[in-house]
Design a protein. Structure first.
Length: 288
């Protein structure tokens, strides 16, 4: 199959987007199987038949890879608390987030990213950007309040509306919420509004994970509509931030593989909460 793909590339009959989709499918087992079946038949042909059928079969291969590519498309919404109580973890947060983005870029799958930092108001860092266009995070924990209801509801609505007009709507949408405090500043939406909107999004196949540093993180997460298995009580430390973003990456990978969040997604956080220092060292990035 590789010689067939190379022939198509050499003839320069593919757009940049099609080349990206081909590259993605070549790295994906489902895509490889779909492509192999068509290309095997063509490669058995004589040279004359090969030349005659290359454009026809090539078009089918490009169409099939496009289908496989978009079936792997995932949208990720990060909602990250930047209130003053998060101060001291800024560098670890930036490095851990950047590491997650770098890992996703290596996978070469289509990923759309929205990143919002919030305190009393929202700071939109990225809105529905392709993973390749996501910049390193600049994060300062300088807010003086927490408007978590307003943040969650505002961005669920924004992304739902944007997806309505998206011809290649993502297969799955994942919302990762990280906070260390209760809502004390929302003016547009309530806890009840948030619960109802989260439930609506879940019915559309959205997945939510809630990472809370408060003692009653599970109670807070459930009150917002989160599934108990998708809630984690987190540690606001350098090691904690590394574990938090690795857990989010685990959730993304499990959704991409199986369509749902695997129960093991937060094992790194759980190990950290049990003061497993060896695990913490393995998780830790260079945050100095």
């Amino acid at each position: 199959m590789s010689s067939l793909i190379e022939e198509l590339r050499k003839r320069n009959t593919m757009t940049a987007k099609q080349k990206q989709e081909i590259a993605c499918s070549e790295k994906n087992s489902t895509g490889l199987k779909a492509l192999q079946k068509m290309s095997n038949n063509l490669m058995k042909k004589s040279k004359e038949d090969f030349e005659q059928q290359l454009n026809t079969i090539g078009s089918k291969i490009i169409k099939e890879t496009s289908k496989v590519y978009h079936e792997q498309k995932i949208e990720v919404l990060f909602l990250i608390d930047k209130s003053g109580s998060c101060r001291g973890t800024e560098m670890a947060t930036c490095k851990s987030y950047d590491h997650l983005i770098a890992q996703e870029k290596k996978e070469n799958f289509p990923t759309i990213v929205t990143n919002v930092l919030f305190a009393g108001e929202q700071q939109e860092v990225a809105f529905r950007k392709n993973i390749g266009q996501v910049d390193p995070l600049k994060y300062r924990a300088n807010g003086d309040s927490t408007a978590i209801y307003d943040t969650i509801c505002t961005y669920i609505n924004k992304i739902m509306n944007a997806q309505l007009n998206d011809e290649n709507k993502p297969k799955k949408t994942i919302v990762a919420i990280m906070t260390d405090g209760l809502d004390n500043a929302s003016v547009h939406f309530t806890e009840s509004d948030t619960y109802k909107l989260v439930e609506m999004a879940k019915k559309r196949g959205w997945e939510f994970i809630f990472l809370g540093a408060m003692e009653n993180a599970y109670q807070v997460g459930v009150s917002l509509g989160m599934h108990p298995d998708h809630i984690a009580q987190i540690d606001m430390s350098d090691e904690g931030m590394v574990a938090n973003f690795q857990a989010i990456e685990e959730a993304i990978q499990s959704v991409r593989k199986s369509g749902k969040i695997d129960s093991s997604w937060k094992r790194g956080i759980q190990d950290l909460s049990l003061e497993d220092k060896d695990q913490a060292k393995r998780l830790r990035l260079d945050v100095k």
